[in-house]
Design a protein around this ligand. Structure first.
Ligand code: HEC
Ligand code: HEC
Ligand code: HEC
Ligand code: HEC
Length: 129
């Protein structure tokens, strides 16, 4: 009886450790999607610093964090302290004709298509759980 109990305990510990390791490996950095009402997809993968290092974008934050004045792009100025959703809304507005989802998709996918590097398929960014 004692031996059986011991084996059960060991097996339980092994399972818990395996599960814990698995879930750790499974957690990749993503972009917060809570501003979208009832998100349909999982949060998109994006490991900010490592991505920008690999893609050699560290010197130009304004590629993604741009600044506009009267709908004109102001070169070399960066809005890195703002979320995209502070200027891009869920629906187009008179001040900003690019809705939030399109802002993300255009910025991310265009460069991946053009450079022929990085994910372009839905499931490559929105990993199924
Ligand atoms: C290069 C990466 C990338 C690809 C490829 C991509 N998306 Fe996205 N998508 C994003 C990002 C970034 C957001 C905004 C942040 C977030 O959702 O985590 C987003 C947001 C969304 C949203 C709004 C939020 C939600 O979950 O409702 C939908 C819907 C969506 N994507 C669907 C798609 C579909 C369908 C495809 C394929 C046709 C696709 N995406 C391909 C990166 C991508
Ligand atoms: C490839 C696109 C890209 C580049 C290049 C980039 N970022 Fe970002 N960054 C993002 C995205 C996307 C977010 C998340 C924005 C959101 O959730 O609305 C973000 C978020 C941030 C945030 C957090 C903003 C907040 O208010 O929470 C900071 C700070 C930041 N980036 C700084 C930088 C700096 C500094 C650089 C240049 C060295 C840089 N980023 C280059 C895409 C980029
Ligand atoms: C300070 C305000 C502001 C912030 C922050 C901002 N944008 Fe924009 N963005 C604009 C304005 C204004 C336009 C022009 C809209 C128009 O023409 O109606 C624009 C245009 C765009 C466009 C279309 C033109 C182009 O460059 O291809 C994309 C894509 C885009 N933004 C993506 C993003 C993403 C992704 C983020 C976050 C990383 C972001 N924007 C953050 C204000 C902002
Ligand atoms: C100006 C170009 C550019 C923009 C903008 C860009 N990417 Fe990338 N991305 C790349 C390149 C280049 C790679 C391939 C990097 C490598 O592995 O050499 C890449 C790779 C990736 C990968 C694969 C894993 C990784 O981190 O290397 C993901 C996920 C990704 N990008 C998501 C995004 C998302 C989400 C956005 C928009 C917020 C975005 N990218 C915007 C150029 C870009």
């Amino acid at each position: 009886m004692k031996l059986k109990k011991c084996i059960y305990i060991v097996i339980t510990i092994l399972f818990v450790t395996a599960f814990y390791t698995y879930s750790q490996e499974d957690s990749h950095p993503t972009i917060d999607n809570t501003v979208f009402e009832n998100p349909q997809r999982t949060q998109a993968l994006f490991d900010h610093d490592s991505h920008n290092e690999k893609a050699e974008l560290e010197d130009d934050c304004s590629i993604c964090h741009h600044v506009y004045e009267n709908k004109k792009l102001i070169k070399d100025e960066s809005s890195e302290d703002s979320l995209c959703s502070e200027c891009h809304f869920l629906k187009a507005t008179p001040e900003n004709s690019v809705p939030l989802r399109m802002a993300f998709h255009n910025r991310c996918k265009e460069c991946h298509f053009e450079s022929n590097k990085g994910p372009v398929l839905c499931g490559e960014c929105h990993i199924r759980k």
